[in-house]
Write a protein that binds this ligand. Structure first.
Ligand code: FE2
Length: 276
C-alpha cells in the first residue's frame, strides 16, 4: 500500500538565486517573491524555493500526506526514526516531520495541505510539480531508507549486466514515481518534473520554451520506467527541469519492474542522458 503522499514543493540552493528565480519564472510561468537570501517561485500547483548556496543541492523536499488517515499511518511508521529539526520556512506547520536520508537530504512530511493554485501563468497549461530526481553515490542505502524506513514503493529498478543497481523509481501514491534515484559519481540534486495533463499541453509548453528561446536539451521522448512523455530544459546551475505527461498510474500491488541499464530504458524513442 502506498503512503498516499504527494510532492508539494522543493527548496534548492543556487550561487545566484536571483538568476535561477528569473529562469524558473520565465520557463515555468512562476511568480517570484523575495524570501530570505533568495526567492519563492510559485505557479499553479508548483512551488520552488531558491536560496543562496552551492549549485545543485537540495535543501529539502516537502511531501504532503493526502488524507488524515494516511498522515496518522505515516507518523506511526516513522515514530522510531531519528527526526531532524524542521526547516524554518516550514515551521508554521507545527505537525511537520523532517527526516534525513543517508546522503543528508532533508525530507519534510506534513498532514494534508491545500494545493496552492495562485501564480502568474494563466496563459500556460497546467503542470503540477509531481516528482524530482537525485543523484547518489550510495544507491542501495538510499533505496533501503526510502522503502524500508519511509514506506516509498519501488516501481521500477534499472540494473547493469553485472546486476548493479543504477537507478530506481519510487512512488508514494498511484503515480509511477515521485522520487527517482540515479547512481552517479557525485550525490546531488538532478531534476524536478512538472506533470502536464496531456500531449496538447506539452506542445504548448514546448512552444513556450521556443518563444522565450530556452532550448530543449533532452527529448522529446518517452521514458521506459513510468512510460511518461517528456522534455527537459537546463537551468543556469545545470539542473534539469522537465515537463512530462502520461505518467503510469500503478495498480496497488504492482510488482516492481526490472530494466536494463541502457539508453533505450531512459528514452524509448532515442538517445538518453546516462548519469553514470
Ligand atoms: Fe523525471
Amino acid at each position: 500500500m502506498e503512503l498516499q503522499a504527494s510532492l508539494q514543493s522543493l527548496h534548492i540552493t543556487s550561487p545566484d538565486p536571483a538568476q535561477a528565480a528569473r529562469f524558473y519564472s520565465g520557463t515555468y510561468g512562476m511568480t517570484q517573491i523575495p524570501a530570505g537570501d533568495g526567492f519563492i517561485c510559485r505557479g499553479p500547483a508548483r512551488t520552488l524555493q531558491l536560496s543562496k548556496g552551492e549549485a545543485s543541492r537540495l535543501k529539502y523536499a516537502h511531501y504532503g500526506l493526502q488524507t488524515d488517515a494516511a498522515w496518522k499511518a505515516f507518523t506511526q511508521r516513522v515514530k522510531g526514526l531519528e527526526h531532524h529539526p524542521v526547516p524554518e520556512a516550514m515551521s508554521a506547520c507545527k505537525d511537520a516531520i523532517a527526516l534525513k536520508d543517508p546522503d543528508g537530504n532533508i525530507m519534510v512530511f506534513t498532514p494534508p495541505v491545500p494545493v496552492k493554485v495562485e501564480g502568474a501563468s494563466a496563459a500556460l497549461p497546467p503542470a503540477t510539480l509531481q516528482h524530482f530526481g537525485m543523484r547518489t553515490t550510495n544507491l542501495p542505502a538510499m533505496l533501503a531508507f526510502y522503502t524500508e524506513q519511509l514506506g516509498f514503493v519501488l516501481s521500477d529498478a534499472v540494473k547493469d549486466p553485472e546486476g548493479v543497481l543504477r537507478a530506481c523509481f519510487l512512488r508514494t501514491d498511484a503515480l509511477h514515481h515521485s522520487l527517482a534515484l540515479f547512481f552517479a559519481p557525485v550525490s546531488c540534486f538532478d531534476h524536478q518534473s512538472f506533470e502536464a495533463p496531456d500531449w496538447q499541453s506539452m506542445r504548448v509548453w514546448g512552444d513556450h520554451m521556443a518563444a522565450i528561446k530556452v532550448p530543449i536539451v533532452w527529448g522529446i521522448g518517452r521514458h521506459g520506467p513510468g512510460n511518461d512523455v517528456f522534455f527537459m530544459v537546463r537551468d543556469p546551475d545545470g539542473n534539469l527541469a522537465e515537463i512530462s505527461a502520461e505518467i503510469e498510474h500503478c495498480e496497488p500491488g504492482r510488482p516492481a519492474g526490472q530494466w536494463a541499464h541502457e539508453e533505450r530504458t531512459l528514452n524509448l524513442w532515442g538517445m538518453a542522458f546516462l548519469r553514470s
